[in-house]
Design a protein around this ligand. Structure first.
Ligand SMILES: [Fe+2]
Length: 293
């Protein structure tokens, strides 16, 4: 383990550069190069060994994510929740939402919302619609059936995005770290919730970076402050540059993602017409986070 959180506690402090520079260089040098570097093969995702857990936590520290193979476990939501429990994340938001909303498939539920369709999904973190005090910090996936073709994901560690952004325009980063930038907007009614929304980057009480963003603005009411809009434009340009740190891969049956809600896309899948053969991924989201240390 690198123990960056204890070694460089001020790495996200915009008024201090010493910790940031050291951590930045170590982080980029150690960052996984391809999806193959992110893979951990588990014998049974519902009963992980100490060695498997150690490897998962090492990768989480390096990249805030890893890709796993599920082993002998059943490919269902229970296995995903049990995997979370073994990694110390238990508080899901699944009970507050539609019962099928964590089955990512072309079901057309929730007014044909984009996760439940075969449309392409642009860069986003999951669940931008909570307050900064209680937001989704971990996102897990488990693939039961891939699409006939396509449906891969691009992923980018939020901490790497932070580095790219800070190196390019630290003043813009400061604006997105220190201001409430958007509020939740009900996409059907247009009603804005004053309590939901907030910052784009911030740190949690343990000193870890939190981030949320989406190119889709239909449920986000952005501040009209010109500095915030300009800072958001810089962030969008950094994301769209798709740096060398973007990793792309497709989850095949029995593969999954463990992540601290990293930025991701979904490329357009070509799906089966047969409902029993459509792409199906289970998703679990947690208010907790998989902490390396
Ligand atoms: Fe997503």
């Amino acid at each position: 383990m690198k123990n960056w959180n204890t070694k460089y506690p001020k790495r996200f402090d915009l008024d201090s550069d010493v910790d940031y520079q050291k951590w930045r260089d170590e982080k980029l040098a150690a960052y996984p190069q391809s999806v193959g570097d992110l893979v951990v093969e588990l014998a049974d995702m519902t009963a992980i060994t100490n060695a498997e857990k150690t490897r998962i936590l090492e990768l989480i520290e390096l990249a805030n994510m890893c890709v796993y193979t599920s082993g002998t476990a059943k490919l269902n939501m229970d296995s995903l929740i049990i995997l979370g429990e073994q990694l110390g994340v238990t508080e899901t938001d699944k009970f507050t939402r539609h019962s099928k909303s964590d089955e990512l498939t072309d079901s057309g539920i929730l007014g044909k919302a984009i996760p439940f369709s075969t449309r392409q999904v642009r860069w986003h973190t999951d669940a931008t619609y909570y307050g900064s005090d209680k937001t989704i910090q971990a996102l897990f996936l488990l693939c039961k059936r891939p699409a006939l073709e396509g449906g891969s994901n691009k992923v980018l560690d939020n901490e790497v995005l932070y580095i790219l952004f800070r190196d390019k325009d630290p003043e813009a980063l400061k604006i997105l770290m220190r201001n409430d930038c958007f509020k939740y907007k009900n996409p059907k009614t247009g009603e804005v919730s004053e309590q939901l929304g907030g910052k784009v980057f911030w740190t949690n009480p343990d000193g870890h970076l939190c981030h949320r963003f989406s190119f889709r603005k239909m449920d986000m009411s952005w501040s009209e402050d010109s500095e915030i809009i300009a800072a958001r434009d810089v962030l969008e340009s950094v994301i769209l540059e798709e740096s060398e740190y973007v990793i792309e891969g497709r989850l095949e049956s029995g593969m999954g993602l463990i992540s601290n809600n990293v930025l991701h896309t979904r490329e357009k899948p070509v799906d089966s017409e047969d409902p029993a053969k459509k792409r199906l991924l289970y998703r679990a989201r947690f208010y907790d986070r998989v902490n390396a240390c």
